[in-house]
Unconditional design. Sequence first.
Length: 331
Amino acid sequence: MTLRDIADRAGVRVGAAAPIGTLRADETYRSVLVREFNAMTPENETKWLGLQPSPGEWHWDDADYMVDLADEHGMQVRGHTLVWPHAGIPDHVRDATDAHQLRSWMTHHIQTTLDHFRGRIPRWDVVNEPMHWGEGRLAEGSFLDLLGPGYIAEAFTIAHEADPGIELWLNETHADVLGGKLPELRRIVEEMLDADVPLHGIGLQTHCLYPDFSPNLPTGEHLNGIVQTFADYGLDVAITEMDMLTDPEQPDRLEAQGALYEELVDAALQVDGCREITFWGFTDGVTWINEIFSPDRAPLLLDADYEPKPAYDAIERALQRRAERFTTGPS
Ligand code: G3I
């Protein structure tokens, strides 16, 4: 039984991010992705920089290839991401100096993108990481500087008008491990809901980058509380970008990694409103971690030869528990 078989029985999505280069070039990578996952996030190909690197210059081929592949294999695609205020955007957007011009670019980018993928991508991360990576405050940059904090609501409204049939998500990182980020995320969400902004889901990235990029490891109890907090607003919640650094010096590191994966995924899936767990990759051979950290941090479910690690078995068990609860009804 594969992860996606169990996820299908549980009525949830189990997804992985993938980069186009490997997907096109490596038949094994492609076949493992479509065998194990019922959802996919293009790692870079549906970002503004990937789709429209300069004004009016559209690159659809890579994203279309991924959406077609997903469609052929009954997988759902998470569009990632229409607006990311501090990365994944072209230089002219990052360096914009005119509010009217930036608003016009944002509107056109969202409308054209959603028009192109109409009926093929059911949910989008409309805004990714509105906050500073390490602090509980809005990220500086052209969007905040020129359009003010209201650019977030504006992006959602434009997206909803462009395609009222899709789910619109806000995606954020490190709300689980950095104290100041959770209250700020709640404030943003409450403000949007109070103003009737069309917001449907909260993506919690859940990159576990301890100790390099975060001061502590998340715990299941804490993550469960966060997921429940956003579900209580009536929103869908998803784990959208999970991966986990290991310490090459630690002898039992893969077992420890598996145990924490299981604790966290269990904790998220205990909340009925959480119906997606997506990993930021699936094999230790292909991951942004290898480039940004070092190639020996083994962050994912399969090793570089596609052999299942303890983390894979852990996710299998967590999905199984959700499937059992799904068939017997919520407690
Ligand atoms: O496409 C160019 C290529 O032409 C060039 O030769 C190469 C040389 O460096 O760079 C390529 O672009 C890189 C791109 O990934 C595609 O590989 C960029 O430099 C690099 O910055 C970019 O990094 C991505 C990063 O987001 C920024 O967009 C990572 O692959 C991707 O894993 C990472 O994903 C983010 C999520 O979107 C949001 N949450 C955090 C997560 C991890 O940082």
